[in-house]
Design a binder for this molecule. Structure first.
Ligand code: HEM
Length: 120
């Protein structure tokens, strides 16, 4: 019986150490280097103002939401109204005074294509 208890003790601590080692050894997620993103002006973004090509600026970043619009939980016209425009406020309020959920903010990431520069 003592042997079994000892074996269980060793197995328990071995698995704890394995989990700890895995978390120590796995690299930190790489920080995104925004300066490497392509630069766009508001004028360039404004050319993508339809459901066929819908770019938006949110917090200084440029997103191409064309592929996402059919999945957005509103009729497309709600998103379309902000295509080609600065849409930070729209994202923050949904046009109804309520911010999007953290999950919705996180969903933007795959659509990031660049960053806004001021010059025109
Ligand atoms: C910028 C213009 C946008 C406007 C005006 C807008 C508007 C809205 C509205 C009216 C709703 C439903 C209202 C409600 O939650 O009760 C909604 C929900 C939602 N939207 Fe948007 N939206 C925009 C952009 C986006 C973007 C860029 C994403 C993600 C890529 C997104 C993801 C979602 C999700 C996941 C929901 C479900 C509720 C939540 O998680 O907050 N939306 N949006």
């Amino acid at each position: 019986m003592k042997k079994i208890t000892f074996a269980a003790f060793v197995a328990f601590w071995a698995s704890v150490m394995t989990v700890a080692a895995m978390s120590w050894l796995s690299p930190e997620p790489a920080m995104r280097d925004d300066s490497a993103l392509p630069e766009y002006t508001l004028k360039e973004v404004a050319e993508h103002d339809s459901l066929d090509s819908c770019w938006k600026v949110i917090e200084g970043k440029v997103y191409d939401f064309t592929e996402y619009i059919p999945d957005h939980p509103t009729p497309p016209r709600i998103m379309e109204a902000w295509c080609g425009r600065e849409a930070t406020e729209a994202m923050r309020t949904k046009g109804i005074g309520r911010d999007h959920s953290p999950a919705a903010w996180a969903m933007m990431e795959p659509y990031l294509i660049g960053r806004l520069i001021e010059k025109d």
